[in-house]
Write a protein that binds this ligand. Structure first.
Ligand code: AMP
Length: 544
């Protein structure tokens, strides 16, 4: 027997309608290239989204069309998120930090006909334009007075389009399973892969994000996503914040600038900020140098790569800011696990607290996890066994855009192989030990590069660290530690001695290389691939 309940579709449009009715005066504040700090209310955002939807229709956007963006986090990008998805299009965010050839490939693969860009990306687009096969119009997200000159024939001004558009738009009724957004993963091998989010997935994900043991988002929060809107929808914040009616602060292109971030946080009363570890490292260094204390920030959510325990502790001790560790992926919209302290946490011994904090947290309801061995046999949740991490859930991709065969990424039962290696303890706290391709295989045993990096980073003379496996005649691979030293810089021997007693002897790196900086990927993570290529011929001591 079926239940007698209504079956209203879970769509981004319903989210917009709710917020427009319930939180019309809540603010969105953003740093923009042409306006300085721009401030308006939700209702202004949605009113402009309606104009934009009319403009999109006039430019020929049909149901299911991809509308591409190359843009930072600001109010115009928000308007696109809502105008495109709620009028039946697919908001296709593209990462401007990728190699130009990858951007061209992605735009061609998605067959987007409309491209919205920040003015600063016009030179890039001018170079790409002759090779773009499907783009018909390029819209620069700027006011008429700040429009850059260009020789391209098909460039339009965002604000002029909005001025000329009708204010009323009849939002269509969409299906929850209709596609709403598209984001490509910046795979390190092969071509990027498109993850096509449905309305339902984005909405369920937004609900999950707001829960108390997850982002714990409320109307009185002021949220600053320092994760770009071109990277997994800024971790869903543009939907989750709107769902609860929180004030949203968007940093524009100033993501990596500690001073701007600290200024925005204090000026706007930010209570929660989200980003990758490299961003928080930069902010922490700025705060230390300027002896500045953040006034309102109480929580940050850090994910995208492993957050070192030392950084969490530094934020807590120096800034009274609690760092939540979270794990996710583009393919998971992105949230998979979230680290909130368990009941009784304060009474736990310090080393147990540290173990729990360093973990990537527990799966949020909606996400199922399992770890398996090479034969796809499930491994126990004992905190010791580690294996390939697989996931399942309503906001996990079931395949990639325009790829008919998903057998490389999904097993016969539909579980998605994350490419991560993890252990899970009896309480469900999951710890990522590595990406499958980053794990170091020494004499048939696995060494976790993340565990070694965490130890290196707990040394006060280390600003950044990475561990990679390099070829070894006897052991196949051995760990090589690369560090960006702080002041005073540790010696090689002191660095290696720091590992003693903290890991098994055979885990201790064979060598240390001091570098000025570590290479980053387009999503701000340390590029182990580049490091492996760079140090492929590194001669380890004693390997002669
Ligand atoms: P992306 O799809 O670009 O967001 O990358 C997803 C990958 O980032 C995951 O598969 C992990 O390897 C890594 N990742 C994300 N969050 C964390 C975390 N908290 N700790 C360790 N690795 C992470």
């Amino acid at each position: 027997m079926q239940g007698l309940m209504m079956t209203q579709a879970l769509t981004i449009g319903s989210l917009m309608a709710h917020a427009q009715r319930l939180h019309p005066h809540q603010q969105i504040v953003s740093v923009t290239a042409d306006h300085g700090v721009f401030r308006y209310a939700y209702r202004d955002c949605f009113a402009r989204s309606a104009r934009l939807a009319n403009a999109l229709a006039r430019l020929g956007m049909d149901r299911g069309d991809r509308v591409a963006t190359l843009a930072w986090n600001d109010h115009r990008h928000m308007e696109l998120y809502y105008a495109v998805s709620c009028s039946g299009g697919i908001c296709h965010t593209v990462n401007p930090r990728l190699f130009p050839e990858q951007i061209r490939w992605i735009l061609d693969h998605a067959e987007a006909r409309l491209l919205f860009i920040d003015a600063m990306f016009l030179p890039l687009v001018e170079k790409l334009a002759p090779a773009l096969q499907h783009i018909e119009h390029i819209v620069v997200m700027s006011g008429a007075q700040a429009m850059p000159a260009t020789a391209l024939p098909n460039v339009l001004c965002y604000e002029t389009l909005l001025e000329e558009a009708d204010a009323h738009f009849d939002w269509p009724t969409l299906d929850a399973d209709d596609a709403a957004a598209l984001c490509y993963t910046s795979g390190t091998t092969g071509n990027p892969k498109g993850v096509l989010y449905s309305h339902r997935a984005l909405l369920l994900h937004a609900y999950a994000c707001t829960m108390p043991d997850v982002m714990n988002l409320a109307r009185h929060d002021v949220v600053l996503p320092v994760v770009p809107m071109f990277h997994v929808n800024a971790w869903g914040v543009p939907y989750a914040a709107i769902l609860v009616g929180a004030k949203l602060v968007l940093p524009g292109p100033k993501m990596g600038d500690g001073e701007t971030l600290a200024g925005l946080m204090d000026d706007e009363g930010v209570t929660l900020a989200l980003g990758v570890p490299t961003v928080w490292q930069g902010l922490l260094e700025y705060l230390r140098k300027s002896s500045r204390k953040l006034r309102t920030l109480r929580r940050t959510i850090v994910g995208g790569s492993a957050c070192p325990l030392s950084m969490m502790q530094a934020f807590e001790r120096e800034q009274n800011v609690w760092v939540h560790h979270a794990w996710g992926m583009t393919e998971l919209s992105p949230l998979g696990t979230f680290n909130a302290p368990p009941p009784g946490y304060d009474a736990l011994p310090e080393d147990e607290q540290a173990r729990l904090r360093a973990s990537q947290g527990r799966p949020v309801f909606g996400i199922e996890l399992k770890i398996v061995d090479d034969d796809n046999t499930q491994l126990p949740w004992d905190g010791k066994a580690f294996g390939a991490l697989k996931v399942r859930g309503p906001w996990v991709c079931s395949g990639y855009y325009r790829e008919t065969d998903n057998t490389a990424s999904h097993d016969a039962d539909g579980w998605f192989d994350t490419g991560d290696v993890a252990s899970i303890d009896a309480d469900g706290y999951m710890t990522i030990t590595d990406r499958t391709k980053d794990v170091i295989k020494s004499g048939g045993e696995w060494i976790s590069s993340i565990a070694l990096e965490n130890i290196a980073l707990s040394h006060p003379g280390v600003r950044a660290a990475a561990v990679i496996g390099v070829q070894h005649k006897k052991w196949d691979e051995r760990p090589l530690l690369l560090i960006v030293p702080g002041e005073p810089a540790p010696t090689r021997d002191a660095m290696l001695a720091h590992f003693e007693g903290r890991v098994a002897k055979w885990w201790i790196p064979d060598d240390v290389v001091f570098v000025d900086e570590l290479p980053l990927t387009a999503t701000g993570k340390i590029s182990k691939l580049t490091l492996r290529q760079r140090y492929a011929d590194h001669a380890l001591p004693g390997d002669g």
